[in-house]
Design a protein around this ligand. Structure first.
Ligand SMILES: [Zn+2]
Ligand SMILES: [Zn+2]
Length: 109
């Protein structure tokens, strides 16, 4: 990946085009057995900063009717990732990281 970081103004709204080529290169992993986490690493498809985003997964009890539970039987899952790049974005609130933008990464379980 040879994209240069873009110092976009910090925003929680994706007003810029999401670079789907970069999105494709996001690595998606699920860790753990009892306490599962999804980890997404790669580059932000908006600012091209390198990111490492971790989200705890909810463990839902399987329901015999199959109507609840986290995507039972599905081979993929979607996680909303948020930019965590460490580089500067003008207007970023204190304590925040990244450019504020988020996107949906699809991973294989
Ligand atoms: Zn970003
Ligand atoms: Zn950035």
């Amino acid at each position: 990946m040879t994209h240069t970081h873009i110092a976009l103004d910090w925003s929680e709204h994706a007003d810029n085009a999401c670079d789907s080529d970069v999105l494709q290169t996001n690595q998606f992993r699920v860790h753990g057995v009892l306490s599962r986490e999804a980890q997404i690493t790669g580059h932000c498809p908006y600012c091209y900063g390198s990111i490492e985003f971790t989200r705890k997964l909810k463990l839902l009890p399987a329901n015999p009717s199959g109507t609840t539970g986290q995507s039972i039987g599905k081979k993929t899952m979607d996680i909303t990732a948020r930019c965590t790049c460490a580089l500067d974005h003008p207007g970023r609130p204190a304590g925040e990281r990244g450019c504020g933008r988020s996107w949906v990464a699809t991973g294989h379980k």
